[in-house]
Design a protein around this ligand. Structure first.
Ligand code: PLP
Length: 370
């Protein structure tokens, strides 16, 4: 079927480039590809297959369903679930050979009770995020944590094969990030002194990889930089993986004082040529961008006029030769996603994950098909 509205173009070569760059920045230690939320809107199956074929050895998702999708698509590498699988679904961890994050002895015990085979788990240590993980914000919390880990290790169907923590503010507050790292590494030393085997260690996220020098040869987990948008300034050449194009489906010549779209928030001050573009908030193009963004066509900057609708957005194309069927760039090589995120009062993460919609078509580019 021909794409009749909009297409997300995903450049798989850029994805592999970013992966290799992240690995180099992480002292050549492994980098786990975070492919939750359909690989931040890029398509988890395609991206994971391509990364796996190019040396990626570890994947992470939030939900069981995402992990099962990857296994069913043929991903053989370990897959870690960051979230908490409902105990009623524990059987699938076993069936699909997945790694479950645990955050407490209680959760591990439930898992131990309900599984028939040994289940692999990684322990999330909360060193400052206060979201998920076993609480360990200060050295004084460590005694309890070690006690819990000892108890977890005694559970006969639990295979504790990894441990990690997650930075709360590695894009902004390096002091706090160092504090988290210090607590975490002290806990690891304590466990090592007690001869408690905790398996694999993973630590930094994208901004941590880019900003921290001494990552102690731990594995890292990266999402946003893998897709080309490190959330901090860097000289490193990350390449954006996604571009978004939408088709012009109607063109109108309007007169001075004619209004455009719901609520009549745009009123023409002069005769204006208006193109209706097949993208709207149901496609992930946020309504807050009404009268507050632009698309690109060749060298023309096309201001968004009036309110963004559910599946349509109007732009001013006065002075251009744009015709019905032309594709305009919503973001990509001419129009910065970072700039768009500022206009939308959000972050690139949200704009990208907005593209994880079944009605949005994706086209994958790589050396083999370009
Ligand atoms: C536990 C965990 N690790 C790593 C990541 C990847 O973060 P980033 O996309 O900033 O690299 C996330 C994403 O939010 C996460 O939740």
């Amino acid at each position: 079927m021909v794409i009749d509205r909009l297409r997300v173009v995903v450049n798989l070569d850029n994805l592999v480039h970013n992966f290799k760059l992240l690995k180099a920045l992480n002292n050549n230690q492994e980098v786990m590809a975070v492919v939750k939320a359909d690989a931040y809107g890029h398509g988890a199956i395609e991206c994971s297959k391509h990364l796996e074929a190019n040396g990626c050895k570890f994947f992470a998702v939030t939900v069981l369903k995402e992990a099962i999708e990857l296994r069913n698509a043929g991903i053989k590498s370990p897959i870690l679930i960051f979230g908490k699988t409902d105990p009623l679904n524990f059987e699938y961890l076993e069936q699909y050979d997945l790694i479950q994050t645990i955050d407490s002895f209680d959760y591990a015990e439930k898992l131990n009770h309900q599984t028939t085979k040994k289940i692999k788990v990684h322990l999330n240590v909360d060193t400052g995020m206060s979201r998920l993980g076993i609480y360990c914000h200060e050295e004084s919390d460590m005694e309890n944590v070690v006690k819990d880990i000892v108890s977890i290790k005694e559970l006969n169907k639990i295979d504790l094969c990894g441990i990690y923590t997650h930075f709360a503010s590695s894009d902004a507050d390096l002091d706090f990030t160092h504090k988290q790292k210090t607590i975490f590494t002290k806990l690891l030393s304590l466990l090592a002194n007690e001869r408690i085997d905790y398996g694999l260690v993973h630590l930094a996220n994208s901004s941590g990889i880019v900003r921290l020098d001494n990552l102690e040869n731990f594995m890292a987990r990266s999402g946003i930089a893998l897709y080309g948008y490190p959330p901090v300034k860097t000289e490193e050449k990350f390449l954006p993986v996604m571009e978004l194009f939408a088709k012009v489906i109607a063109i109108h010549q309007i007169k001075e004082n004619d209004s455009v779209s719901y609520g009549r928030t745009f009123v023409a001050t002069k005769p204006t040529k208006v193109a209706t573009v097949a993208i709207g908030y149901a496609d992930g193009y946020m309504r807050i961008l009404s009268n507050n963004d632009y698309f690109y066509y060749q060298s023309h900057k096309l201001p968004v006029i009036g309110r963004v609708c559910m599946g349509l957005t109007m732009v001013d194309i006065t002075g251009t030769n744009i015709d019905i069927g032309c594709e305009v760039e919503v973001f990509g090589s001419n129009k910065s996603l970072v700039d768009m995120a500022l206009r939308a009062q959000t972050i690139t993460y949200e704009l990208l994950t907005n593209m994880a919609k079944p009605r949005v078509d994706r086209v994958y580019l790589n050396k083999e098909n370009s």
